[in-house]
Design a protein around this ligand. Structure first.
Ligand code: PGA
Length: 243
């Protein structure tokens, strides 16, 4: 794992946005895997600025988002699709047909997960997967537990994950869906390149475990150690337990 430590979230986000835009220059039809959550908000702001200023052309890019809440329709407030619209997609020149999401309201969750895997494969696989990390060590919604799913799957969210996602659901964790659909560990690890962003002291412990600890389903992010091209991008607070 390559680890970079930045002064703060602004520097980190700007560096990752520049890296992504450089890749886009080299490969205009870039296939991106994208996260949601609080951490990437400034990263999306940087990308929008670069795009508005004419430095980034997303017209040939393709995106696949990592996960979506089960039972939440794409147009519903609280869906990750709405998050991405608000913070990123409506501000850039991406071809709408190239935006891919798991549909949390699909009639069959299993069929929807299989459809997503097939769409990623048909696109040729993900070039750059951007990730956040939960304080419990999850990536996407691959929650810590006895086992991990390899492929895109239906997952039961842990209480701490529902608490962390309460904001778009009126601040009440009880309103957060109990289940979600998420790319699996193998889906994520098949991306050709991975960039993981983590900021804040509450991520320091899981970040340290992820980089030096054993591979364990108790800390899904630890499996990133298997990947040959992972860039871990941290602010000083998230890096403080790394020796
Ligand atoms: P956060 O979420 O950026 O809101 O902390 C990260 C994650 O759960 O992957």
């Amino acid at each position: 794992m390559r680890i970079s430590i930045f002064h703060g979230v602004h520097d980190l986000s700007a560096a990752l946005a520049r890296d992504l835009v450089d890749r886009l220059h080299r490969t205009p039809a870039l296939i991106l895997g994208l996260p949601t959550g609080r951490t990437p908000l400034h990263f999306y702001r940087c990308l929008v600025t670069l795009s508005t200023e004419g430095h980034a052309d997303f017209s040939r890019a393709t995106t696949f988002n990592l996960d979506e809440f089960l039972g939440v329709a794409p147009e519903q407030a609280g869906s990750y699709q709405q998050y991405m619209e608000r913070h990123f997609f409506r501000h850039i020149n991406i071809d709408r047909r190239q935006i891919h999401f798991l549909n949390g309201a699909a009639p069959s969750a299993d069929a929807e997960c299989a459809r997503y895997e097939a769409d990623i494969a048909a696109a040729g696989g993900i070039d750059l997967q951007v990730l956040g990390i939960g304080a419990n060590g999850h990536i996407g919604f691959n929650e810590p537990g006895e086992h991990l799913a390899a492929r895109t799957h239906r997952v039961i969210l842990r209480p701490e994950t529902r608490r962390a996602n309460a904001a778009p659901f009126g601040g009440d964790p009880n309103n957060v869906p109990t289940e979600a659909l998420s790319m699996g560990m193998a889906t994520i690890l098949q991306a050709r390149s991975i960039a993981l962003m983590a900021t804040g002291a509450e991520k320091a412990e899981c970040v340290a475990e992820m980089t030096r600890g054993p591979l364990t389903t108790r800390l899904p992010a630890s499996f990133l150690q298997l990947h040959p091209d992972v860039h871990v991008m941290l602010d000083e607070a998230a890096a403080r337990r790394i020796r």
